[in-house]
Design a protein around this ligand. Structure first.
Ligand code: PGA
Length: 253
């Protein structure tokens, strides 16, 4: 039985004051652990330390939204997985479609980042997903298979227990369009079957999150799908009430 995981991807939102307020609402005002649900928030780099201090006594884990593929060196402007681990991050989101499309990240770069993150002791949340035209052309499975093969290229069987996947159809991100539970389940089952080809039985314990306009109104039906193990939540994670409602939707059967 896989634990559900709900991750808030704050993207490029949040001053320090906004971070303090949102984390206070989640960790102090609400703050109760939800049976069977793990929760993490991924604020921008500039808010990580402040968030870490505020989350000290909380069950909510911390993650970053990106990192580079090296431990240290002359890479102006980059942040290493070791630095993220050093300040108390548990997770790092890698290969998000915004990074792939806006910043030219390839599967090859994502796979190097995944390797470096695992080596630093972080849990990578590896994002994959098809565009609308790829879905319309019946290419969803071939795109997912290609992204998986490329992004997981450096992994061994022992690594399977330490990764999280996120299926994020690009057409559903920030658009208010959500995959139907049937579409999500079909994609997740396909991803799990590809993971089994690579990792064997260990694939059964890998959490596969759904991302793309997850809201309190659609969370429950999505999380009820057998291969959907939680959500990667963008817009709705910036509103404490909505994010809490999504967490609670994951907790109740
Ligand atoms: P959204 O973003 O929930 O705003 O669609 C999800 C994501 O990009 O991870």
């Amino acid at each position: 039985m896989r634990t559900k995981l709900i991750v808030g991807n704050w993207k490029m939102f949040g001053t320090l004051a906004e971070t303090r307020k949102l984390i206070f609402q989640l960790a102090v005002e609400w703050g109760k652990p939800c049976e069977g649900v793990e929760v993490a928030v991924c604020p921008p780099f500039t808010s990580l330390i402040v968030a870490k201090h505020q989350l000290e006594l909380s069950h909510i884990k911390l993650g970053a939204q990106n990192c580079y593929a090296e431990t240290s060196g002359a890479f102006t402007g980059e942040i290493s997985p070791a630095m993220l681990a050093d300040i108390g991050c548990t997770y790092v989101i890698l290969g998000h479609s915004e990074r792939r499309t806006l910043f030219g990240e390839t599967d090859e770069l994502v796979s190097r980042k995944v390797r470096a993150s695992l080596d630093a002791g972080l849990t990578p949340i590896i994002c994959i997903g098809e565009t609308e035209s790829q879905r319309d052309n019946n290419e969803t499975e071939s795109v997912l298979a290609r992204q998986l093969a490329g992004s997981l290229a450096t992994l061994t069987n022992d690594d399977a227990a330490k990764i999280v996947l996120a299926y994020e159809p690009v057409w559903a991100i920030g658009t208010g369009k959500t995959a139907t539970p049937e579409q999500a389940q079909a994609a997740h089952a396909f991803i799990r079957s590809e993971l089994s080809k690579k990792f064997g039985d260990a694939a059964g314990s890998i959490q596969i999150l759904y991302g793309g306009s997850v809201k309190p109104q659609n969370a429950k039906v999505l999380f009820a799908c057998p291969d959907v193990d939680g959500g990667l939540v963008g817009g709705a994670s910036l509103d404490a009430d909505q994010f809490i409602a999504i967490i609670e939707a994951a907790a109740t059967p």
